[in-house]
Write a protein that binds this ligand. Structure first.
Ligand code: FES
Length: 280
């Protein structure tokens, strides 16, 4: 498996559309200008971008917003981001009107490693951790790998992304809710345990979501000796490895070439990590 990275661009994109796709969850579609030197925008599944809303009136006084990507039309320069409005930064992004500007910096970080031939990818997402898995699943299906299984969890039915957004990633979508209002009443790890019991060939798990959920997924994978790659989310400032504001503790003995012996910077060392590298 190889971890991939793409060259970054620093450009002004334009909002093509913003749509509410679930309760307080929005999808914003951006058109990113291309340049003669780099006519195709390349974003690997799992990489993230840093966005800066630029309202025509007033100022945007906050740090850029790091967001993963849920879909890309590379030739057309179209990038979709999905996010929950949880504060002033994401609220500002939601309010940017069609045709207005958003600073676009990225992509950053590494991408999900491609599964080995014949392996069965199982994508496990929770809450706003689902978008990068949508993009990854879509790319896997287009590449003709063993079809991915997509396991998604949310607090309730109203917080689940609609079928139309998940269908491109998997024809086998399994849902869980905390309150039982949709799908399995319980945790995504219950559904992952079920999937392990189905005897799929060489399962490999990719996960993104709340820290506690990913920690539980990582433990379950370790118990079953299944490879697991987790996409970590941390507060970010610079996004380029300078401010050390996004560090996570490495598991004992996994530090290698980084000068930060016991810590990894999510923005440049990740955001994708082999789950065994992290001190959950
Ligand atoms: S956000 Fe600054 S080092 Fe990662």
């Amino acid at each position: 498996m190889t971890l991939t990275r793409s060259a970054s661009v620093d450009v002004t994109s334009k909002v093509v559309a913003t749509t509410e796709v679930a309760e307080a969850f929005y999808q914003t579609r951006l058109r990113v200008p291309t340049r003669e030197q780099a006519p195709v925008l390349t974003v690997e599944p799992g990489q993230f971008v840093q966005l800066q809303p630029r309202p025509p009136e007033g100022v945007y006084p906050y740090l850029r917003i790091p967001l993963s990507v849920s879909a890309v039309d590379e030739a057309g320069g179209i990038v979709d981001v999905l996010y929950e409005v949880v504060g002033p930064k994401t609220g500002a992004l939601r309010r940017i009107a069609v045709g207005e500007d958003v600073g676009f910096l990225g992509p950053f970080g590494n991408g999900f490693p491609t599964p080995s031939t014949g392996a069965t990818p199982i994508l496990v997402g929770g809450g706003i951790g689902v978008p990068p898995l949508i993009y990854f699943g879509t790319v896997l299906r287009a590449a003709g790998t063993t079809p991915p299984i997509l396991v998604v969890g949310a607090r309730s039915k109203s917080k689940h992304l609609p079928d139309g957004l998940l269908d491109s990633a998997s024809h086998d979508v399994r849902r869980a809710t905390d309150d039982g209002s949709l799908g399995h009443a319980g945790l995504v790890t219950d559904l992952l345990q079920d999937a392990f019991g189905e005897g799929h060939q060489a399962p490999v798990v990719y996960t993104c979501g709340p820290h506690a959920m990913m920690a539980a997924v990582a433990r379950l994978c370790a118990d079953h000796k299944v490879p697991c790659f987790a996409s970590l989310e941390e507060y970010m400032a610079c996004g380029i490895g300078v401010c050390v504001g996004c560090v996570v503790e490495r598991a004992n003995g996994t530090s290698q070439s980084s000068p930060y012996d016991h810590y990894a910077r999510v923005c440049v060392d990740g955001p994708i990590f082999d789950s065994r590298q992290i001190a959950w």
